[in-house]
Design a binder for this molecule. Structure first.
Ligand code: BGC
Length: 265
């Protein structure tokens, strides 16, 4: 099934048509700027423009950087607070005229990574982290997703861990790789203590520079770099939509459909 995957991020909103069974993008990526303030109506208008760019009439799988249950946003850490309680699915269906599935951005990236990337055929407890403006987290147990795991807004040094360990914090405070690496290490160790993972998969743009900071992270669980990089959100979003529409469901995202029968148990 071909699905339009749309990845909504803090600076850009990107879309491409994806073959949801193979994970291949079958068009170029089309990117527009995230509107200033990222308010619901403005973001929905851009999502509509992306669908029009592809003259799209089919299913859409959209990612969003917040807790998403049944298409409704329940948090807003790095987006406008008015998203909380907003039915993102209904809003995007209005501007695109297409059936839309919405899931958390890190969950989408994690799904793509588990099926086609660094987590392929890996069992046990796997934590995927995306390091960007915020820190996204996705947790898998034997290939099954625990949806909406928000492992980032936990206490660290008396504040929110994300504020200190996100890639945006490194840039904002012009930290050396070593200084940032040590903060990240603190954060990873907290996660290791809480969940005893077998593997960490590290994604987000900065994961391309893993040689600059992996050496400061001293976890028992091995660390690997995500393989899908920029495309994980678009592909994972499309895969989630595929699973839902294929099953005629119109509700909560069913991870078992996506990961079952793909070598992930
Ligand atoms: C949000 C998460 C999101 C992550 C990455 C965090 O601030 O709370 O829901 O997945 O940023 O965008």
């Amino acid at each position: 099934m071909h699905v339009l995957g749309i990845d909504i991020g803090g600076s850009g909103i990107k879309g491409a048509v994806v073959d949801a069974e193979t994970g291949d993008m079958i068009t170029e990526r089309f990117r527009l700027e995230t509107p200033e303030g990222a308010k619901p109506e403005a973001v929905a208008a851009v999502v509509g423009e992306i669908a029009r760019n592809f003259a799209w009439k089919g299913p859409i799988g959209c990612t969003f950087p917040a807790v998403i249950r049944n298409g409704v946003a329940h948090s807003a850490a790095n987006v406008d607070k008015s998203w909380i309680g907003t039915d993102a699915k209904a809003l995007f269906e209005e501007t695109t005229g297409c059936p839309v599935t919405v899931i958390n951005d890190a969950d989408a990236a994690g799904i793509a990574e588990m099926v086609f990337g660094a987590g392929r055929d890996k069992q046990g407890v796997i934590i995927m982290l995306t390091l960007g403006t915020g820190i996204g987290s996705a947790v898998f147990v034997d290939g099954h997703l625990l949806p909406n795991a928000e492992l980032v807004h936990i206490e660290m040094n008396g504040g929110d861990a994300e504020q200190q360990a996100a890639e945006s914090a490194r840039q904002r405070e012009d930290m050396s790789w070593k200084k940032w690496g040590k903060l990240l290490n603190q954060y990873f160790q907290k996660l290791e203590f809480l969940l005893s993972p077998d593997l960490f998969i590290v994604g987000g743009g900065v994961s391309k520079k893993s040689d600059k900071f992996f050496q400061y992270i001293e976890t028992r669980a091995p660390l690997v770099v995500a393989q899908m990089l920029n495309e994980a959100g678009i592909i994972g979003g499309a895969m989630a939509a595929h699973a839902i529409f294929q099953n005629g469901e119109d509700g909560e995202f069913d991870h078992r459909v996506i990961l079952g029968g793909q070598g992930n148990g």
